[in-house]
Design a binder for this molecule. Structure first.
Ligand SMILES: Nc1ncnc2c1ncn2[C@@H]1O[C@H](COP(=O)(O)OP(=O)(O)OP(=O)(O)O)[C@@H](O)[C@H]1O
Length: 890
């Protein structure tokens, strides 16, 4: 059998071909190490049919050979393998064994453990080998002698078993270097795993202490271990009376519970938490947990490990990567072309590029708003798209437009935002404490009582950032936060972002401004066509492009749009360096796994949160309206004026039929007055709502991504606007009827009340039509023409101007018009069919059937009116969907 010698960090093991060896951080591994980049069970070495092979066991950070990530590889004399990182990962050297060299570990032994002083393997300087073949020649290095017995420098009799060397196999954790003064002071050599990271160098996530820690996802060491007592439940939540207290803005007081099952198994049960409990990124109500399942509660994840529960807290220092992101639109036009990047934790990354180069598209792909058609986004090694339901809460996004209601004060706006995002059982004091903390952190506390509208552009941007920071995101994305700001404010905002990154999160900012790029760790330059032209330290970028200034670079993009900028980047040595690093951080894609969207179920808000959301949204909406004095005045003025103008129409008998004995048989003006009132109400109702959705579309889009319920949002609009519109209906009718004579008797109620009910119902339906328009258009300017069109069409279809019934086609179109049913409803009460002159005086009984003076017809007319409103409600819900992040469209 061929034998093999493994050299790692100055130690040597002779491997026995009759057995296999696992390497990993797991104390139970055959060869155990403590490097954080190495997975618990990282790889296995075994002799397969006479050939030695290594096989990666699905490690998080990968196994590398010859600069490439490998899954399985034959190894032999001279093989060099890296664990956890392509260039700085733990190095394993394999060499052959001299004839007669003892194979130290037998099949019945637990571990390979024969240290032998070995010569340097190919290509690397290592301590010289001792023994006859020493001397430093390549040959000598290639055939190191195997010397059984104690390690060099080890006292005879010292333990030589696995336990003895386990902690020494690999050098101390890179991230421990800083806390080890001797090591920290020692001169460093390139490739030393303990090198301090320079995030401005394109060294990838695991290049240094911080990278190593972040690149491990669930594979990192737990931040806490909680013993599980057999047969006992373990409740998780924010409240102190839980067995396991977990802090965080997304954790409910009593969030979830681990419950024992027969056979020593456990299940996780969600206790009706506000933000959900997740298993492997998918929301669950109840699920049996296996050893490989990851349970997510807020920013913490848990894993069962025997009789313990390991907790991993996401403190914000996570590695974020994207690989091969490609977005195509229309008939296959590529607007994002194979974009890859790896962002170490605590980095500030700027995305720049000419207009239309795909910066916003990239941002939407990275945040999961519009997942890429191809490629992966990895958050701490977890697939963001597949686990968006859970991971979306770790991402903050500040869009280009402000995500706060300008009419509110900073304090009030943040209070409502906190109410919507935090669990329903969060106390007001807890929310206030977090708001205070964020405002102080961003030096905004002096502005807290000012209206958002009164703040400068830079301050407003800070408030938007404050809003996002409420929930402590690990990743913060900003879309052109400095657009429209003067250079001073531009610098302020960028400095703020630098501070935020240094504080323990990754910040990625899309910007047009290149003035403050030096504050960033990396810059991603997008080229026309959506490809990457450069990704790396900002101070190397201009040299890479061969220009002296950024305007020159942008001019080059403009003048050579068709050049293969992406190809030039991919052919560069800088790319090779970065790509290898990105690959080293990205676990291989599971075969056949699509860049999937999360299951729809994952996106539904918890039912118990719906009413709370509705209540908060309604209160916020009322606050916004109440603080907008102009809007309030208009709301009162409009019905008053419309009701008033109807009084100007001369009408001897008002809305009533001529009295018996009068020389007039009919009252033509009654129809005209009703037409004015109805059209006035139509216009008023639709005007109330026509801008309401479009004007806060950005806010809705952002809040929807954080879990806002679409139906709660829509309902808040319907209820508040519905009430306002109904009140306007009362005002219109009160003024309009004040000078008019009405028929003495209604069908069910007093005539004025009965007509007023119909007019108010019309206002409601018109308001719903307004919402449809508001959800339909892409810009607020388009609402006005549509509003006017709606009002004019209603005039035509009132049924008062010409005969609608018995007119095939027109009659059926009329059924779709709220004004048609409103006039009909009021007409039944007023008996308009016999008050107005018939269309044909020779046929006085040929009257509109919808105007029949009966209770049933009144009910039908009113019902049809409200049904149209309901249909509009469904239409709005569908249309709203179009403006939501793609992943939220359930
Ligand atoms: N849904 C879409 N359908 C078709 N083309 C699209 C779509 N979305 C974006 N594009 C096109 O893709 C290109 C990139 O758009 P994107 O908004 O990402 O660029 P950008 O770099 O952010 O531009 P700017 O700096 O002007 O904001 C543009 O040419 C744009 O017209």
């Amino acid at each position: 059998m061929p034998e093999l010698v493994l050299h790692a960090n100055g130690r040597t093991w002779a491997l026995d071909a009759s057995r296999s060896y696992t390497i990993g951080r797991d104390p139970q591994a055959d060869i155990s190490c403590i490097d954080r980049r190495v997975s618990r069970r990282h790889l296995v070495i075994r002799c397969d049919g006479g050939t030695w092979v290594i096989e990666d066991l699905g490690s998080a950070n990968g196994t590398f050979a010859d600069g490439r990530r490998i899954q399985r590889m034959e190894i032999g004399h001279g093989s060099i393998i890296r664990l956890g990182n392509v260039s700085t990962g733990m190095r394993l050297d394999f060499t052959g064994v001299l004839t007669g060299a003892p194979a130290a570990v037998g099949g019945d032994q637990a571990r390979a453990d024969v240290p032998i002083p070995a010569g340097p393997p190919r290509g690397e300087t290592r301590p010289r080998a001792r023994g006859a073949t020493g001397g430093g020649t390549p040959e000598a290095a290639a055939t190191p002698p195997v010397v059984p017995g104690p390690r060099a420098g080890e006292a005879p009799g010292a333990p030589t078993g696995a336990a003895a060397h386990r902690d020494e196999l690999f050098r101390p954790l890179p991230h421990h270097a800083a806390s080890d003064p001797a090591r920290a002071a020692a001169p460093r050599t390139p490739g030393d795993a303990g090198d301090a990271p320079d995030p401005r160098r394109c060294e990838g996530p695991a290049a240094g202490p911080r990278g190593a820690a972040a690149a491990l996802s669930i594979d990192r060491d737990p931040s806490g271990v909680h013993p599980i007592v057999l047969g006992q439940r373990l409740r998780i939540g924010r409240a102190q009376d839980n067995e396991l207290v977990v802090e965080g803005p997304y954790v409910s007081r009593h969030h979830a519970e681990f419950r024992p099952l027969p056979g020593g198994r456990f299940e996780i049960v969600d206790l009706g938490s506000h933000n959900g409990t997740y298993v492997n990124g998918q929301p669950v109500d109840r699920r049996i947990i296996g050893p490989y399942d990851i349970v997510g509660v807020g920013h913490s994840t848990f894993r069962l490990a025997g009789d313990r529960l390991e907790e991993f807290v996401d403190t914000g220092e996570v590695f974020f990567a994207a690989r091969n992101l490609t977005v195509t639109v229309g008939r296959g036009k590529t607007i994002l072309d194979d974009v890859s990047l790896g962002v170490p934790e605590k980095s500030l990354v700027a995305v720049i590029g000419p207009s239309g180069s795909g910066k916003s598209t990239l941002l939407r792909a990275l945040t999961g708003y519009r997942p890429a058609d191809r490629g992966q986004v990895l958050y701490d090694h977890r697939d963001l798209y597949a686990q968006f339901a859970e991971l979306r809460r770790r991402i903050g996004l500040v869009p280009q437009d402000d995500i706060l209601h300008k009419e509110l004060t900073v304090d009030t706006a943040l209070k409502y935002a906190a109410r919507l995002r935090f669990p329903g059982d969060t106390k007001a004091a807890e929310r206030k404490a977090r708001i205070d903390e964020v405002l102080q952190g961003l030096r905004l506390d002096v502005h807290r009582d000012k209206k958002v509208a009164s703040l400068s552009g830079g301050q407003r941007k800070r408030v938007s950032v404050a809003l996002e920071l409420l929930t402590k995101p690990s990743l913060l994305f900003l879309d052109e936060p400095t657009s429209g700001l003067d250079p001073g404010l531009d610098r302020d905002v960028m400095k703020l972002l630098r501070e935020l990154a240094d504080d323990g999160r990754t910040v990625l900012v899309v910007t047009h401004s290149v003035a403050e790029l030096s504050l960033c760790d990396r810059v991603l330059v997008m080229a026309p066509g959506g490809s990457v032209a450069y990704f790396g330290p900002p101070d190397e970028a201009l040299e890479f492009f061969g220009h002296d200034s950024w305007p020159d670079v942008f001019s080059a993009f403009e003048n050579h749009r068709d050049d293969d900028w992406g190809g030039r980047w991919r052919a560069s040595p800088q790319y090779a360096r970065c790509a290898a690093e990105i690959d080293s951080a990205v676990p291989p894609r599971q075969p056949g796994a699509p860049a999937a969207q999360p299951p729809a179920r994952a996106l539904r808000p918890k039912p118990q949160g719906w009413l709370g959301q509705l209540w908060t949204l309604m209160r916020r909406y009322v606050s916004v309206i109440a603080s907008d004095k102009g809007f309030m005045a208009l709301m009162l003025l409009l019905p008053a004026v419309l009701g008033g103008v109807s009084c100007l129409i001369p009408a001897t008998f008002g809305l009533a039929p001529p009295p018996p004995g009068s020389r007039f048989r009919y009252n033509q003006e009654s129809g005209t007055i009703l037409l004015v009132l109805v059209v006035g109400m139509c216009f008023s109702g639709a005007a109330n709502s026509v801008r309401e959705l479009i004007k806060e579309r950005v806010i809705y889009e952002r809040e929807r991504a954080t879990g806002l319920s679409r139906s709660a949002y829509l309902m808040s609009k319907v209820i508040v606007l519905g009430l306002i519109t109904a009140m306007q209906g009362v005002v219109i009718c009160a003024i309009g009827f004040s000078v008019r004579q009405l028929p003495a008797q209604g069908l069910l109620m007093p005539t004025a009340v009965e007509v007023c009910v119909v007019v108010s119902a019309l206002g409601f339906t018109a308001m719903m039509f307004g919402l449809v328009i508001s959800a339909l258009v892409r810009t607020p300017e388009k609402t006005m023409p549509l509003l006017v069109m709606f009002a004019v069409v209603q005039v035509v279809f009132t049924g008062v101007l010409f005969k609608l019934f018995d007119s095939p086609g027109i009659e059926q179109i009329g059924w779709l018009m709220p004004a048609r049913w409103a006039v009909a409803g009021a007409g039944t009460t007023l008996d308009l069919a016999h008050t107005m002159p018939p269309w044909n005086l020779d046929q006085p009984d040929d009257v509109d059937p919808l105007w029949a003076h009966t209770v049933t017809q009144w009910g039908i007319d009113l019902g049809a009116l409200l049904a149209i409103g309901l249909v509009c409600g469904f239409a709005v819900a569908r249309l709203l969907r179009r403006h939501e992040p793609e992943v939220m469209r359930d």
